[in-house]
Design a protein around this ligand. Sequence first.
Ligand code: PGA
Length: 248
Amino acid sequence: MARRKYVVGNWKMNGVKASIADAQAIFAAAANHAAVDVAICPPFTLVGALVAAAPGAAVGGQDCHSENSGAFTGSVAASMLADLGASVVIVGHSERREGCGEGDADVRAKAEAGLSAGLSVILCVGEPREIRESGGAIDYVLAQIAGSVPDDFAADRLAIAYEPIWAIGTGLVPTVGDVAALHGAIRGALAARFGGAADDMRILYGGSVNGDNAAELLRAGDVDGALVGGASLTAAKFVPIVAAAAGL
Ligand code: PGA
């Protein structure tokens, strides 16, 4: 089964009710590129409104709690996202691993919660700058994969996003060769653990993807799409990335 390209917008803590129109414009333009799966993950506050405003489109959360309910002030359960009509959830983003102290076990529990709620999961990994500079990026990322990817899931319902922390929001990107090396190593580790199912899992690249660099990054070996932050907020910036994925 050929892996379909997958381009996902991570709006982070950006977007108010008026931004729904931007998301609608993105989905409308993305419909011209039917070979590419497109999803937008707005803040929790917009998930329900975006599902209503863009019927049939893939809308997701940027995080979820590992429990289904309970005394967890401020948290949102994966089942609540599913209840709103979301179809996907991002877990393990570095802004949560680093900023909220989430470790691999937490990320794995969140991924499991997302899967049991019926969502598909985008599970993020990626090394900090000092690890990259010391030559340890592959080992670091493979340890994150070992610790945070659940044991049991349908291959098409869990995507990995490789996002080097130093490339997020900085305008810096690894060389295409470095991206291909990391993605190849991730695919190899998934194959060692899951066998042939690894061929059906998508591995996205994230970190300063934009309309100018998307085609080159998406052509790299084992790159099945992109997780996009800053350039996902408007159709003018995001749709060229979708078009680049469609043109490969
Ligand atoms: P960026 O963010 O595209 O703004 O670098 C990517 C991400 O954090 O998912």
